[in-house]
Each structure stands twice: as C-alpha cells, then as structure tokens.
Ligand binder design. Structure first.
Ligand SMILES: Cc1cc2nc3c(=O)[nH]c(=O)nc-3n(C[C@H](O)[C@H](O)[C@H](O)COP(=O)(O)OP(=O)(O)OC[C@H]3O[C@@H](n4cnc5c(N)ncnc54)[C@H](O)[C@@H]3O)c2cc1C
Length: 463
C-alpha cells in the first residue's frame, strides 16, 4: 500500500505545512559553559532548566537537521509520565525500593510540568488531558493487564492513577473490537508532538540559548565538541541523541536504534465517530506483545503506531521518516482489527522514527563530573514525559547541584553493552518473531497462555 510521505518527516510536520526552515548553523568556533548535542526533547528540556536555574550560564545546542527532527517530532503524542521499565532493575548501587517509588512518583509529575511550561510559554500543542486505555482483547491480554495492575499496586502506584475497567466501560468510551477490559491510566495527556517540540525550541531560544541547526557533531571528548562547522569548547557536554547515539565513535553498542512507525487516516466523518465513540480523545494502546498505540488527533483523525520492522541491521536509521510498505500494511491490519469501523478510511500519511533501547530496557541519566560529559535516554518508547525529568536532572548535574532529582535511582544507572552484529539483529528478529507467534496463538485460542514464549522472547534481548 503506497501512502504519501513527501519528505515531511512525520504527519505532525505535514500538518504544519512541511518541515521548518532550519536555523543558522554554527558560524565557527565558539566557547560556552554547556554544549548540548541534539535538539529533541531531551536536549531542549536540559537547556530550558539550565537557564531557569542560572540565567548566566551560556548554553549552545547543536543539531544535525532541525530542532524536533528526531523522535520528538514524530512520536505518538502520548504524554503519560509512565514508568514502563522493570522496577527491580534499578535496585543496584545501593538504591532502595523507596527510591524507585520516588522516581516513579516524580515521573508522574512531568505531565503537569510539561503542560505548565507549555501554558506559560504560549505553546499551542493541541494538549488534551485524558486517560490512557490499555485495552485487552483476549483472555491472555486481560490476565496480563491484571498482573501489571497488581504489580503497580505493590510498588505503591496510587490506586487513583490506575484502574481496571470492564468491557462495557471500554465500549462506552471507545468501541474497540473484542475488548474484554482495560487498564485505565489517569492523569495523562495527548499532544501534537511537533508543535510541542518546536514551541519548546522557540522558548529555549527566547531564554538565551543558541541553537545551531544543520550542524553535525562528529565526535566529542572532555572539553570539546567537534562539528562539521567548527569546534565548541565547553566544560560540560550533554549527549541528547537517543536513537541516533550509535552514530558516535565508541557508542555503536550503547543503545539499540529501535524503530517505531505510524499511519494516520484522513479526517474521520462524524458518522464513523458515532460508531466508534472515542469522544474524550483517550490515548489507546493494546496489551498484545507487539505493542500498538493510537490517538484521536486534534483534527479528528486516527493516528496509529506500532513496531512494523522493529530494527534495521547495524542500527541503521530511516531517511527523513520514510517507512516501509510492509510496515504500513501491518499497521493498517491492526487498525482494521481493533477498529473495523475505520476500515474504509483512506490513509493520509505514514512515517517512522528511532528510539534508544539499552541492553536492560531501562532508561537512565548519566553524568561524569570528572569529564563533564553527560547523557540521557533509553526511554524505550516513553520519552515525551521522561525527557522532561531527564532535562531537569541533567541541569542539576551539569551545575554541580546535589538535589532530590540527582539522587534518584536512574541517575548513573549502568548496564552492559549490546552484542555486536549480527547477534544484535538476530536477537531482535527472534524476539519480535516470537512475540508475533504468541499474539497469533492468543488471538486463536482466547485462553492460551503464551507467557513461556514471551519469556523466551525477552530472554533473547534482556527485556
Ligand atoms: C514513532 C515513535 C513514536 C513514539 N511515541 C511515543 C509516545 O507516544 N510517547 C512517548 O512518551 N514516547 C514516544 N516515543 C519515544 C519518544 O519520542 C523519544 O523517546 C523522545 O522523543 C526522545 O527524545 P530525544 O530528544 O532524546 O531524542 P530525539 O528526539 O530523537 O532527538 C535527537 C536529536 O539528535 C540529533 N542528532 C543525532 N545525531 C547528531 C549529531 N551527530 N550531531 C548533531 N545532532 C544529532 C537528531 O537529528 C535529533 O534531532 C516514540 C518514538 C517514536 C520513534
């Protein structure tokens, strides 16, 4: 199935009339206090909080394309404050259960924080407060969401944040085909991500940060960042390149460049909304092993995403968001399966992007005072809210401040590197192959228990 992509990077930019005209590149050698590599949410939030904490600190952000070119301008627009990583993996280096609970609580607060900054800065990003529905369409999926809910309660997630709802309530909200129930996550919001990241870049610039676009960082080391346009000397350097990190010398095995892709329909006619419901614009995800996620956009389309082709050999990345036809077909099939009412809708756009996945699938913030070099990422698909906390934390770390945030257990959380190719590629293929088999078995036999298959899949990649 051919769907227009038109070099627009994502539908979110197509909606804005195409990708923005880039800001000027680095005009030659410079010296600043903090140099940030990458102008996505992580880099921009870090710059923002640095300036909030100390207006005198000089900050430069260096971006290869334009601010928001990466995942930050292409994502599903789920602003959730969620904690999708294995909680007990943060119990190392003396961190406690209470520390992990505090991290999760602080992350939940990022939804309000992002919205407060957007409001104060006049960023119109189509933000809509709502719930996320994590829908189960088979008995096995229902068992999984119940287990996830019970586990979250054991980690003191407040009961008002997560509730289990039955089939009837799901249908009252969104008529998802065969839905048996859902976990409703309260206190989340839908955003138009390109509007949010572009608005944030403007706010950061107004705060006095220099953003150099069309400038490629070739390498960095203590005190210097070498680009194709000159060298920036800085005592503190932050790498904020999540899914693109493998492009730097020595980082090819740090984070795997995981692919995620989306399709968007034409605007949905009222008669079809009457059949689907979805009047409160909930964020929608299903509990299959191969995830999918969807939002009702501010202009009343359905944007649906999922893995498609999960990983390209050697951490290769897409060209300006162009995705494969097989991916479009598989997402279209998921859309038909979950929302058959939408089967006849035309697709207006398809795109993809990359996100960073660490070997233990757990996000982290890192900073080494000895070199002045820091980083954040590995958010595994939950970066819209997490990057905000990463930015707050990196600002504290770069300014040498010891705060509650710098003591949270994801700070300097370390993990071993990925295997070299072809093992890495084989591992991811194997994992998603097994997930697909498990999903098909579950879809056929409603009560099938595929936990062994899923465990085996996870074993392959350490998930
Ligand atoms: C399709 C998709 C859907 C997603 N959906 C969601 C969602 O709904 N909710 C959610 O929470 N998360 C989601 N995510 C994840 C989330 O978008 C990311 O985790 C987050 O945006 C990462 O932000 P970042 O700033 O760290 O990285 P990015 O936004 O990827 O920014 C990195 C930047 O670094 C630049 N760069 C790379 N190399 C260099 C270099 N050598 N020199 C200079 N600049 C460089 C890139 O051009 C890029 O602009 C999704 C991701 C994808 C791909």
């Amino acid at each position: 199935m051919k769907v227009a992509q038109n070099g627009n990077v994502s539908f979110w930019y197509a909606e804005l009339g195409g990708p923005p005209k880039p800001r000027a590149p680095l005009p030659g050698d410079r010296e600043v206090d903090v140099c940030i590599i990458g102008a996505g949410f992580t880099g921009l939030w870090t710059a923002w909080y640095l300036k909030q904490a100390d207006p005198d600190v000089s900050v430069a952000v260096v971006e290869r394309e334009f601010a928001g070119f990466g995942a930050s301008g292409r994502n599903g627009g789920f602003l959730t404050g969620a904690f999708p990583w294995a909680r007990d993996r943060y119990l190392q280096h003396g961190h406690t259960r209470e520390g992990v609970i505090a991290l999760e609580r602080t992350l939940r607060g990022t939804v309000d924080e992002v919205i407060a900054v957007a409001d104060a800065q006049g960023i119109d990003a189509g933000i809509h407060r709502t719930d996320e529905l994590f829908v189960a369409c088979t008995q096995s999926q229902l068992a999984r969401i119940k287990a996830d809910h019970a586990n979250a309660m054991r980690w003191q997630v407040p009961p008002e944040r997560l509730t289990l709802i039955g089939a009837r309530e799901v249908a009252d909200r969104v008529r998802v085909h065969n839905a048996l129930g859902a976990m409703a996550i309260h206190g989340v919001a839908r955003v138009q991500p390109a509007k949010l990241v572009r608005g944030l870049a403007d706010a950061v610039e107004r705060a006095g940060v220099a953003i150099y676009e069309k400038t490629t960082v070739q390498r960095y080391a203590k005190g210097r960042v070498d680009t194709d346009r000159g060298t920036i000397r800085a005592s503190r350097i932050i790498r904020a390149t999540e899914g693109y990190t493998a492009g730097f010398p020595g980082e090819s095995r740090t984070w795997l460049a995981m692919n995620s892709a989306q399709i968007v329909t034409e605007p949905v006619p009222e008669a079809i909304w009457d059949q689907i419901g979805w009047r409160n614009g909930e964020l929608l995800a299903d509990a299959a092993h191969t995830i999918c996620y969807a939002q009702r956009t501010a202009d009343n389309r359905i944007a649906m995403g999922g893995r498609g082709v999960p990983y390209r050999f050697g951490n290769a990345t897409d060209k300006a968001g162009e995705t494969q036809e097989t991916t479009v077909r598989s997402l279209h099939a998921i859309l038909h399966r979950l929302l058959p009412q939408a089967a006849r809708l035309k697709l207006d756009h398809a795109w993809c992007g990359v996100m960073g996945v660490p070997r233990d699938w757990c996000a982290s913030v890192g900073f080494d005072p000895a070199t002045g070099i820091g980083h954040a990422g590995g958010y595994v698909g939950v970066g819209v809210s997490t990057s905000n906390l990463a930015g707050q934390t990196l600002a504290d770390l770069a300014l040498g401040r010891k705060t509650e945030l710098t003591g949270l257990p994801w700070v300097n959380h370390t993990v071993r590197k990925w295997e070299p190719e072809p093992l890495r590629w084989l591992g991811v293929q194997g994992m998603y192959g097994l997930y697909s088999i498990a999903d098909r078995i579950e879809a056929r036999g409603q009560t099938a228990d595929t936990s062994r298959l899923a465990q085996l899949a996870n074993l392959l990649t350490g998930r």
